[in-house]
Every structure is written in structure tokens, then in C-alpha cells.
Design a protein. Structure first.
Length: 226
């Protein structure tokens, strides 16, 4: 059987253009980073760090996350067509992508993430991706943190002016020249669970900590004016 041609949107020229467009677009933001030093000091001192956020907020952080490329960080991304695009951009930002999700090749992808995090010390995880529900922490991040003894570091992005799309997560796109803040939360070190119920307790604990950072909109008109 002949191999199906690759869609143009996931071709190298298209992904190159998208990556440079996102960087140029993000360069218009008046960008502020808060509470980064503590976890960076831990990482440079040999600690392991797992950066976590909600799906709705990851785009605004892409340009700054290029600065972490020297640590060979890893990120799990789904095998969907949208995931192909996100992976192409992430790899051009200097992040190693592991393809898989909770519904497709999850165990294999998690194993690769564990190996990379143990080796290099830094990884990222989108907690409620790729399809939600929004604000729901999935079990994979707990398994990843516990297996590597990595500290979980939540991060959140906000903008004073943004568009919010009519998607499952009310995806946020900061407007050009808006004030964008990337804020890191405190480092979270999860104790190893003594039994199965404790594992679920760890998941709920992380969800409780991070849910206040989820941006909830009263209306889901797409896109709406922030």
C-alpha cells in the first residue's frame, strides 16, 4: 500500500514557519517571570524538576521555555494530528518530545519520560491534555513524579488582554503587546504512597493546589474578548 502523503500543515516548512511565527508573536508580549529561581537552583544542583500546567495556558510560555533547552527537557505529546503540530514546535524550541497519551501508548510513553527525566533532570507535563476534562489532573503525572523522585513545579500564565476560544479548555491566546505573566508555584515533593488509596490522594492533592490557577470564563464564545 502506498504511503499517504504528509499533510502540508505538519510538513517541515509549515512547522518552521509556525515556530518562527509563534516566537515573533510572543516577542510582542510585555513578559514577566515570577518565582523561577528556587527550582532552577535545585535543578542546577542535581535535583529533578517536573514543570506542570493546564492545557489552556501553555502557548504563552513557549518562547521563554526555549531558555531551558540546554537541560534537554522532555515533554509528552499525544499522537493526534494536533499533537504532531505541537511536537514540531516543541522540538524546534529544544524540547525532546515523547509521543503518547493516556489513551494511546500511554505506558510506553511514560516509561520513556521516566528514563529522560532520570537522565537529564527536567521535564514538562500538561496535566489535563490532550482532551480534558479541563482542570482534571490525570494519573500519569503522579506516576512520573513518584518514579523519578522529581519535585513538581506548577506554572501558570495570565494576560491582561487575551482571546479565549470555544474549546474544551477555553484555550487562551494573549493579544499582541499584552502584559503576560509566567508564574511558577512552590516546589511540591510528593511522599511515596503506602497503598493504592494514597496514590489517588496525591492526585487530588495536586489538583487541589493547581485548580485555582485555571482560568474559568463565564461565556465560551469563540473567540471572546478579554
Amino acid at each position: 500500500m502506498a504511503k499517504r502523503p504528509r499533510p502540508f500543515v505538519t510538513s517541515r516548512p509549515a512547522l518552521d514557519f509556525l515556530y518562527h511565527f509563534i516566537r515573533a508573536y510572543s516577542a510582542t508580549f510585555r513578559f514577566t517571570v515570577e518565582n523561577e529561581r528556587k527550582w532552577m537552583d535545585s535543578l542546577r544542583g542535581g535535583g529533578k524538576v517536573l514543570l506542570c500546567t493546564w492545557h489552556q495556558q501553555f502557548l504563552a510560555a513557549i518562547r521563554h521555555f526555549k531558555s531551558y533547552s540546554g537541560f534537554n527537557p522532555s515533554l509528552m505529546i499525544s499522537k493526534s494530528s494536533d499533537g504532531e503540530i505541537i511536537a514540531g514546535v516543541a522540538e524546534r524550541t529544544g524540547w525532546r518530545t515523547v509521543r503518547g497519551s493516556s489513551s494511546t501508548d500511554g505506558a510506553k510513553a511514560l516509561k520513556a519520560m521516566i528514563e529522560n527525566l532520570n537522565r537529564y533532570g527536567l521535564a514538562g507535563h500538561i496535566l489535563d491534555g490532550p482532551k480534558g476534562p479541563a482542570g482534571r489532573v490525570k494519573a500519569g503525572v503522579i506516576r512520573l513524579a513518584l518514579s523519578t523522585h522529581a519535585a513538581i513545579v506548577p506554572f501558570y500564565t495570565t494576560a491582561d488582554r487575551a482571546w479565549y476560544f470555544n474549546s474544551w479548555d477555553t484555550f487562551m491566546l494573549p493579544k499582541p503587546f499584552s502584559r503576560v505573566t509566567l508564574r511558577f508555584g512552590d516546589m511540591i515533593n510528593l511522599p511515596a504512597p503506602d497503598h493504592k488509596d494514597d496514590f489517588e490522594a496525591r492526585r487530588i492533592e495536586l489538583e487541589t493546589i493547581m485548580r485555582p490557577g485555571l482560568i474559568v470564563r463565564a461565556s465560551r464564545s469563540a473567540p471572546s474578548r478579554g
